[in-house]
Design a protein around this ligand. Structure first.
Ligand code: ATP
Ligand code: MG
Length: 330
């Protein structure tokens, strides 16, 4: 079976709709055809200001949410990045293969560093650690949202470069980006993506939000001038974003929705979408709570995931160490 790898950061107490519609939904469906490695990049989470007291708890929450959303442990593993030291070890080697100018072109760094009081070097080298995450597992496919396309391109460049320098050591991975939901926008600022660490609380729908809160957030989402419910991302980014969310969750095409709302207004759309989103989130939030109530079990899930991950990661790293001219770890 071809192999899939992807991660989601423990940078909040919940995933948001963008994480699900852009990425995790695809993680679930790829399980049927792929061997899947899913991980919680806690090492990436400390590239920005964070609270060490909640980091582990957020990793447990992320694990519980993945299980609630349909990641199936008969077919996939879930593990914390920090439990597999090979990630940091390979990242060092890749750091030494990456040009400073090349790394400086990463737009996520520009975006995130502009919002930090103090920018760490870790935030700058984030995409290189991400390349290590992927290449260690010889992943064929990486299901992510559009915002990760540039990092995937860097990963591919590094894989090709390493393969040329050290003979074939890595599989060159392909991004798997769902076209329709590649970027879910912030509800308060539809020019920006919905984001765990950069959206305001009203700009994002967290999957653990209360139904009443969800309906309220959707009601107060920024819409556009005009009154017709039409999909037009250029001129109507707010309404178009709501239609994309609706279409994905209700499994109706955008054209179908436009037809349904012909002659109706933004208010009608928001009212119905509020119900659709609340109905989607409620059972998932409940199931997440159930998984969270047994932390010992979540710990076992992560331990066995990390064990399996290390088998694969250490095999790749041993080969790379040898080719590079390093001594094996004792
Ligand atoms: P942070 O703001 O801390 O970076 P995030 O919301 O960007 O958090 P990540 O954990 O960085 O979430 O990303 C997890 C996955 O979700 C990635 O595959 C990413 O591309 C995808 N993703 C994140 N935001 C969106 C969005 N608004 N629309 C579609 N996909 C998204
Ligand atoms: Mg992100």
């Amino acid at each position: 079976k071809p192999r899939v790898l992807s991660g989601i950061q423990p940078t909040a107490d919940s995933f948001h709709l963008g994480n699900y519609l852009g990425a995790v939904r695809n993680w679930v469906s790829l399980q049927e055809t792929h061997e899947c490695f899913y991980f919680i990049p806690d090492m990436h989470a400390i590239t920005v200001a964070y609270d060490p007291k909640v980091l582990k708890q957020r990793t447990f929450i992320a694990t519980a949410q993945l299980l609630a959303l349909g990641v199936n442990l008969d077919e996939s593993i879930i593990f914390p990045q920090s439990a597999v030291p090979e990630h940091a070890m390979l990242a060092w080697i890749l750091n030494c293969q990456t040009g400073f100018g090349e790394a400086s072109r990463m737009t996520q760094f520009k975006d995130k560093s502009s919002k930090q009081e103090r920018t760490s070097v870790g935030l700058f080298t984030y995409p290189i650690l991400q390349a290590a995450d992927i290449l260690l597992y010889q992943a064929n496919a990486v299901p992510v949202g559009e915002d990760q396309r540039q990092h995937l391109e860097l990963t591919r460049d590094l894989a090709i470069r390493m393969n040329n320098t050290y003979k074939r050591v890595f599989t060159v991975p392909e991004p798997h980006i769902l076209k329709e939901t590649a970027t879910i926008k912030d509800l308060g600022d539809p020019e920006r993506k919905m984001s765990k660490s950069n959206s305001t609380k009203n700009g994002l729908i967290e999957l653990r939000d209360e139904p009443a809160r969800i309906r309220k957030k959707i009601r107060s989402a920024v819409t556009d001038t005009g009154s017709e419910v039409t999909y037009d991302p250029e001129n109507k980014p707010g309404v178009s974003n709501l239609l994309v969310i609706y279409s994905a969750l209700a499994d109706k095409s955008l054209q179908q929705l436009e037809a349904d709302y012909a002659g109706k207004g933004y208010g009608d759309l928001k009212k119905d979408l509020g119900e659709v989103v609340a109905d989607f989130c409620e059972p998932i939030a409940k199931s997440t709570q159930e998984y969270l109530s047994d932390q010992a079990e979540l710990q076992r899930v992560l331990d066995s995931g990390a064990q399996r991950a290390r088998e694969v990661a250490s095999t790749t790293l041993a080969r790379v160490y040898d080719r590079v001219g390093f001594f094996p770890p004792v």
